[in-house]
Design a protein around this ligand. Structure first.
Ligand code: GAL
Length: 377
């Protein structure tokens, strides 16, 4: 621990002098950003052991620079403000950045309106404005390399959140020692938990039509997003791994949206009727929409159909308690926003970060829903 504190302090002093020396210059070549070069070797040491949560190091690093953060500018790009989960995320992110010492007026959060061109323009403006760090929730994960290149060329550290860039893109950050990282949770885990919630009910309880299979429909988020891909795949894999036979009746794209979720589930219910035993939704917003349609069709969750989501929105956790939704998976916006802010601070102070910072999802069923609800307040 002592060694780590020394490493962080050394890194802080080193990087602080380099940051002063570089003072807002945008002329550095993208392959050799000077401040990042200086910060990186110390960062590797400060990050030992590898599994150390970023939050720990950040707490110490932030304490070491006391007060300095109030003049630092943070640019935050959110893919779409109307997204329920990202609203919780950005609200908590801003609150925590302020708690850590940033001034509210130096934190600018912008809405990408689900349009990559709009978001790219916002990133250009942040670069022109000389922000000290960028936190970006991409509209399209596939734009990561273009965005990384221009942000690195401007010598600005970058923390990606929520939409994970591809593995080869993350490899580039490591290969080049760039001050770029991703903060999120492994979406495979959330899918697995959804499947397990259903598997734990047992075939007898779920197989209403007694065909020996679990008949389901899948309502997906944005298919460009690994969260949607993995949740779709791993929820079903958990069922087959547990030995169940499955039958997919329908798979539709609801783009994380409640209204679309409601429409799609209404259509599926009118087409497949009582054969639908489980409605899997890649997120809670769509599960809320699904619930409206399930109720309008005269069906009852827990009695003749099951419904699961992901996120643990307050309203959904309340429905899990009342039995109107079977279960959800807590997508920890507290841990993710805090880790993202801590990573941003670590770059500013020169302590550096691992390139991929993960946190865990948590299964939410009737058994622990009250506890989860209390923790959300
Ligand atoms: C997911 C979340 C969804 C949506 C999406 C946006 O992690 O579960 O509700 O917010 O991110 O990328």
């Amino acid at each position: 621990m002592f060694k780590k504190v020394i490493a962080i302090m050394t890194a802080t002093v080193l990087a602080a002098s380099m940051l002063v020396a570089c003072g807002g210059s945008t002329g550095a070549s993208s392959s050799e950003p000077a401040a990042q070069e200086a910060a990186e070797p110390a960062a590797e040491e400060a990050a030992e052991p590898a599994a150390e949560p970023a939050a720990d190091a950040a707490g110490e690093a932030a304490a070491a620079t006391d007060g300095d953060l109030s003049t630092k500018k943070v640019g935050v790009c959110i893919y779409q403000f109307s997204d329920n989960f990202m609203t919780l995320f950005r609200t908590e992110l801003e609150k925590y950045l302020i708690e850590k010492g940033f001034a509210k007026e130096n934190i600018t959060i912008v809405d990408g309106a689900n349009d990559q061109a709009t978001q790219s323009g916002q990133i250009d403006s942040f670069i022109a404005d000389g922000v000290d760090v960028l936190i970006i929730n991409l509209v399209n994960s596939s734009s990561a390399s273009t965005v990384t290149d221009k942000v690195v060329a401007a010598n600005i550290p970058l923390v990606y959140i929520n939409r994970e860039p591809a593995a080869d893109e993350q490899q580039r950050w490591a290969d080049n020692n760039w001050n770029v990282c991703y903060v999120g949770c492994d979406a495979r885990q959330s899918g697995t938990y959804q499947g397990e919630i259903i598997a734990d009910l047992g075939l007898d309880a779920v197989d209403f039509n007694k065909n020996g299979k679990i008949d389901y429909i899948m309502i997906k988020g944005d298919p460009e997003n690994v969260d949607a891909q993995y949740r779709t795949e791993f929820s079903i894999k958990a069922l087959t791994d547990a030995g169940f036979e499955v039958n997919k009746l329908d798979e539709q794209v609801g783009m994380w949206d409640q209204v679309k979720g409601a429409e799609l589930v209404a259509n599926s219910l009118s087409q497949y009727g009582n054969d639908i035993e489980v409605v899997f939704c890649n997120n809670d917003a769509m599960a809320l929409g699904a619930l409206q349609s399930i109720q309008s069709a005269g069906r009852k969750v827990g009695t003749d159909i099951y419904l699961v989501g992901v996120d643990a929105l307050t309203e959904v956790v309340e429905y899990v308690i009342s039995g109107d939704i079977t279960g959800t998976v807590f997508n920890d916006h507290f841990a993710q926003s805090h880790n993202a802010a801590d990573a941003a601070i670590n770059y500013i102070t020169g302590a550096g970060n691992e390139h991929n910072i993960q946190c865990d999802y948590k299964k939410v069923t009737k058994d622990n829903a009250q506890e989860i609800l209390d923790s959300l307040k």
